[in-house]
Design a protein. Structure first.
Length: 310
């Protein structure tokens, strides 16, 4: 009887596992999860896929296009039914998405676009232009419309880097009393942002503000300013991370623009499910999800990239 019971339990486990992945495998490929923003994509995406009956496999390409290509090849070999991807470059990722398309595997891009249409089923991104402009308005007010400042750019091969910077400047450059004296790339990286900020403060001690392409760099810049005894410097980022929220609550950062990445990732999973099950495509390939400007006034409503306000 014990042997029979053991066999029955084993069969139940096998059947449960089979049922859990009955709909197939969904690959979720992101940049490094050492960044909480990208970790959220996997933390939200995997359970959302599993809840719909899929097996989720999560990987990181570390912003390396060759690694990403290998992961797409693995997805094809694994007979994945869909790929959710925060890609490794607007141009560098085209080959991988095309390869998946030719293999009959639909790709749903989140957070970052590629510079070609018709290959991915969906490209769902935060409205970086709107978000950057919205938080730039708050920063200009905090600067009292004057002063010298520095800018930390993200990865320059990433479309978001240029969209955010351009829209920061669309607001800031309206004021002749605001002067940018330094602009450097910190590649979205916190440690590099800290080091770059240290160097900028030594070369340009007169600055009173820093604009950053994402929260990871903004947090690195903020900590560098604190350590240098310059917590008077007005700093903004863009993402909506909990770490940035903590600095905002402490009055060390002006604000950030929340990219609703949890909602974006869930939407990608839902659209992938609809496409897999009955071939339904979204109305448009490129979809924009609004950002939310976060300052001391509403930061208490932000947690884990989710805004609970109106």
């Amino acid at each position: 009887m014990k042997k029979i019971l053991t066999i029955v339990l084993a069969l139940i486990m096998v059947m449960s596992l089979a049922a859990a992945s009955a709909e197939g495998i969904i690959y979720i490929i992101t940049p490094s999860t050492s960044n909480p923003f990208f970790k959220t994509e996997q933390d939200v995406g995997a359970p959302a896929a599993e809840a719909l009956g899929y097996e989720a496999k999560c990987f990181s390409h570390d912003d390396d296009a060759q690694t990403q290509l290998q992961l797409f090849e693995a997805a094809i070999n694994d007979k994945a039914v869909a790929i959710i991807c925060d890609n490794a470059g607007a141009d560098a990722s085209i080959e991988a998405v095309r390869m998946a398309s030719e293999a009959g595997i639909p790709t749903f891009l989140i957070d970052r676009e590629i510079n070609e249409s018709g290959l991915a089923i969906a490209q769902i991104v935060a409205d970086n232009a709107q978000g950057a402009a919205a938080i730039a308005e708050k920063w200009v007010e905090a600067m009292d419309y004057e002063g010298k400042y520095a800018e930390l750019l993200g990865l320059e091969s990433d479309t978001n880097c240029h969209v955010r910077s351009d829209n920061y400047h669309a607001v800031i450059d309206e004021y002749d009393t605001l002067e940018m004296v330094a602009q450097q790339s910190a590649n979205w990286d916190q440690t590099l942002a800290y080091e770059k900020t240290e160097a900028i403060l030594q070369e340009h001690p007169e600055i009173t503000g820093i604009i950053c392409g994402n929260d990871t760099m903004a947090c690195g810049a903020t900590q560098a300013c604190i350590d240098a005894g310059r917590d008077d410097i007005k700093i903004i980022g863009l993402d909506g991370s909990d770490e940035a929220a903590a600095y905002i609550k402490d009055g060390k950062m002006v604000g950030t623009a929340l990219q609703q990445i949890a909602a974006i990732t869930e939407l990608a999973i839902q659209q992938a499910d609809a496409y897999i099950k009955d071939g339904t495509k979204p109305e448009t390939e490129k979809q924009l999800v609004p950002c939310v400007a976060i300052t001391a006034e509403n930061v208490d409503k932000l947690s884990a990239f989710v805004y609970s306000g109106d």
